[in-house]
Design a protein around this ligand. Structure first.
Ligand code: GDP
Length: 303
């Protein structure tokens, strides 16, 4: 395993202990360590460069305060800067003022959307909401069934294209029709949040983007959430950008944070897209899900 950023900085600062102020050479040595640590954590290069420049700028301007030694001071600057880029405060869901709130999930196949849909439904239920899950992933043969199984696990009904439902298999399983009909169904059955699971492909493709855009136009979601596997590292940036350009979204959900990914994807995506990471999924159990906390992720990247 790589040395943590805190370890690296501690090493760099071994020789500096007792000094009252950071010299330009100290700042350069520190910047080098931060750069290596972030690259090892799979943060995208342009993000690393921008980040290091911002930290250097702040370190230069800062008087070393009485309470902290120089090493602690730099760690604090790095931490503050990480939290800022990661969005500062946790961004909460926006609920519709009238009618059901529509949340649409988009992302690559395997990102964890279908699992996430059910986790989000459970979390909303615990917040006192009455969610309805909607199966609009009609590409992957087992996706509807998987959502139904997960829906059952969390005790949330699933609206799916069955004979009799709009968009049903007798209509060829049109996901746009299913999405539109699901909002009507939610109104009729008094569900206040609709969670639309959409199809993903293994790679970004035009047809996938078009379908997701058509669903978005049809149901005008209150939140479009881009779901991304934190383990895909550098690739997260190009995928996040492609979905931003192709579909657009309001926030990001990072999945598989229980793996050993150090959080590089979180930093890269937040920095490059400017969209907040809102939720974190960290396991295969339905309860392995929470709001994303920028300060906790900053500690994870540092430690
Ligand atoms: P989708 O294709 O985007 O709908 O992805 P799925 O929801 O089917 O998830 C793909 C795989 O990742 C499944 O085997 C899930 O059990 C697994 N998975 C989803 N979320 C997590 C997570 O947070 N942690 C771990 N370890 N596995 C996850």
């Amino acid at each position: 395993m790589f040395a943590t950023l805190s370890d690296r900085l501690a090493d760099t600062f071994k020789n500096l202990r007792g000094k009252g102020r950071l010299s330009e050479a100290d700042i350069d040595a520190t910047a080098r360590e931060i750069r290596i640590a972030l690259l090892e954590a799979d943060v995208a290069l342009p993000v690393v460069k921008e980040f290091v420049a911002a930290v250097k700028e702040r370190a230069r301007g800062e008087e070393v305060s009485g309470a902290l030694n120089p090493a602690q001071q730099v760690v604090k600057i790095v931490n503050d800067e990480l939290v800022t880029i990661l969005g500062g405060e946790t961004r909460r869901l926006r609920y519709a003022k009238t009618g059901p709130t529509v949340i649409m999930l988009a992302g690559l196949q395997g990102a964890g959307k279908t699992t996430l849909a059910a986790k989000l439904a459970l979390w909303l239920k615990e917040q006192g909401k009455s969610p309805l899950l909607v199966a609009c992933d009609l590409q992957r043969p087992n996706a509807v069934n998987q959502l139904q199984v997960n829906g059952e696990r969390v005790g949330v009904p699933v609206f799916a294209p069955e004979p009799g439902n709009a968009g049903g298999i007798e209509h060829g399983g049109d996901p746009v029709q299913v999405a539109r009909a699901s909002v009507e169904e939610a109104k009729r059955t008094l569900h206040d949040v609709v969670i639309v699971d959409t199809a993903g492909r293994l790679g970004v493709d035009a047809e996938l983007m078009q379908q997701a855009s058509d669903i978005r136009d049809a149901v005008q979601p209150d939140e479009v959430l881009f779901v991304v596997d934190a383990m895909i590292g550098q690739d997260a940036v190009s995928t996040a950008q492609a979905f931003l350009d192709g579909v657009g979204y309001d926030g990001v959900v990072l999945t598989k944070l229980d793996g050993d990914a150090r959080g590089g994807a979180a930093l890269s995506i937040a920095s490059i897209t400017g969209k907040p990471v809102m939720f974190a999924s960290n396991g295969e159990k339905m309860g392995d899900f929470d709001l994303f906390h920028p300060d906790r992720m900053a500690s994870r990247i540092l430690d």
